[in-house]
Design a protein around this ligand. Structure first.
Ligand code: HEC
Length: 191
């Protein structure tokens, strides 16, 4: 009897398998809505929408929640100066922010500008530079000239790049860009 029950159960269980996996097999209590969602699938046709599609394009000008608003300046030199006049640094220059600024600078900027800001790529030891494979050396950032730029101008260079330096706006969060500005302005010191 036990054997008989096991064989019957096995047969029932195996009958639920679909070799081709193209469609679901018999469902149990299929009359209830738990099995079949009333919601439209993203790519299914949808008679309620004017264009007949479920998935709709986002309206022009939409900004994702928590996303950075569009940056109002272009990478032209005149805009770099304008950014210097208009943008105000919202991040206080305290120990915590300077430490974070250093951390971000060391990750994103030190490869070219050097940990001390004095241009690692320009150092004599650098083979790329010695072989003249780097057309324009990264600027020395540990100078009175750079410290004299308005905060917004340095923020702008990080966001949009500068001549051959690439833009870093998509990689570094706005508040962290300001922290890097603070760190540069503070002469690469965290206190
Ligand atoms: C791939 C190399 C590279 C990286 C990474 C890089 N820079 Fe630069 N940067 C340059 C070069 C080259 C220049 C100078 C030439 C130019 O302006 O095109 C420059 C110029 C600058 C200037 C302008 C200096 C002036 O007097 O006009 C600032 C400010 C600056 N970088 C800051 C940064 C900061 C902050 C970071 C990190 C977020 C960074 N850079 C990352 C290569 C780099």
């Amino acid at each position: 009897m036990k054997k008989f029950i096991s064989i019957i159960s096995l047969a029932v269980i195996l009958s639920a398998c679909n070799h081709y996996q193209e469609k679901t097999q018999w469902d149990y209590m299929g009359a209830f809505d738990m099995y079949y969602s009333k919601a439209y699938e993203s790519y299914a046709p949808n008679p309620n929408m004017p264009d007949g599609k479920t998935l709709q394009t986002v309206p022009a000008g939409s900004i994702a929640r928590d996303a950075e608003p569009p940056y109002p300046f272009t990478n032209k030199l005149a805009d770099r100066k304008k950014a210097g006049e208009k943008l105000k640094n919202p991040i206080p220059m305290d120990a915590k922010n300077l430490a974070r600024g250093k951390q971000m600078y060391d990750i994103y900027c030190a490869v070219c500008h050097g940990k001390d800001g004095m241009g690692m790529v320009t150092k004599d030891t650098n083979t790329l530079y010695k072989k003249k494979l780097y057309p324009v050396p990264p600027a020395n950032l540990n100078t009175d000239l750079v410290r004299g730029y308005p905060d917004g101008e340095i923020y702008h260079v990080i966001t949009m790049g500068s001549a051959i330096m690439g833009a870093h706006g998509s990689q570094i969060r706005p508040d962290d860009r300001w922290r890097i500005v603070n760190y540069i302005k503070n002469g690469f010191k965290v206190k």
